[in-house]
Design a protein around this ligand. Sequence first.
Ligand code: PBG
Length: 327
Amino acid sequence: MSFPANRPRRLRATPVWRKMVAETELDAADFVYPLFVVPGAGIARPVASMPGVAQLAIDRLVEEAGRAHELGVPAVILFGVPDDKDPEGSAGWADDGLVPEATRALKAALPELQVWADVCLCEYTSHGHCGLLDAAGRVDNDATLPLLARAAVAYARAGADAVAPSDMMDGRIGAIRAALDGAGFAATPIVAYAAKYASAFYGPFRDAAQSAPAFGDRKGYQMDPANAEEALREVALDLDEGADVVMVKPAGPYLDIVRRVKERFGVPVAAYQVSGEYSLIQAAAERGWVDERRVALESLLGIKRAGADLILTYFAPRAAAWLKEGA
Ligand code: PBG
């Protein structure tokens, strides 16, 4: 009778062994916390489809960001949700818009916290598309670029530590890089949403940011979930145009893309665990079907193991607290 000589279970036998041989470790220092800014003061309006997430007026946003920073979260990414929208999304590129104002307030109160500004028009346009529309109602790529560039410069001028274009127009990284350089912000990094898919997982975000398209969908500019090679081409283009970090979004259903981008390019990769991924976990946890903490941490660990250096997640402060307590 022969027994197995190779017994992987030997190194699984105790918590100490397991920790010593763990290949991947989650770290709050890799988290970026998405926040929604609304006009006014004292407002914290819960987003119904995202339990635990609220639209915040600037004073409350500074508190929430401070709480996250205290727990070890190094960065936030801001989305503006203005009351007034127009076809050009002018609230998105105004120097006194919500994101610049929030950025100034955050940098004044929490100078060590990194503030990233999402760059897109969909939260600011009356039609909810990510770019300007032409006469036929199609998103006009080239007419949109100067507005995105203008938004990025306004955010950099307000003190943003990085700008993160999420619009998926062709050529926007190059346009934004040139505009930033021309305005004296050559040192401001661009985090490019390089492989952003036309995903049903963005549903709850569109409640939070009030940015659902008024007609049609985003399939004409965001990527087809069927494609992986195309994601690599998108990443190559964005790097060529000057992206410093490339993002894959959503994260969980696209871990193969995260891995391939990391292996192919070896650059810093961010993955966005989007609203739908978050809300699915919350909904099941509320029913007692899964353990929120364990499922959230496992989902984040999976994203890290796939190759993400940075993770944008609505769990950021909670996950940071759980990691502190010891998982
Ligand atoms: C804006 C933008 C979206 C998200 C981030 N930036 C929504 C969209 O493209 O419709 C989604 C984030 C999330 O679902 O958490 N273009």
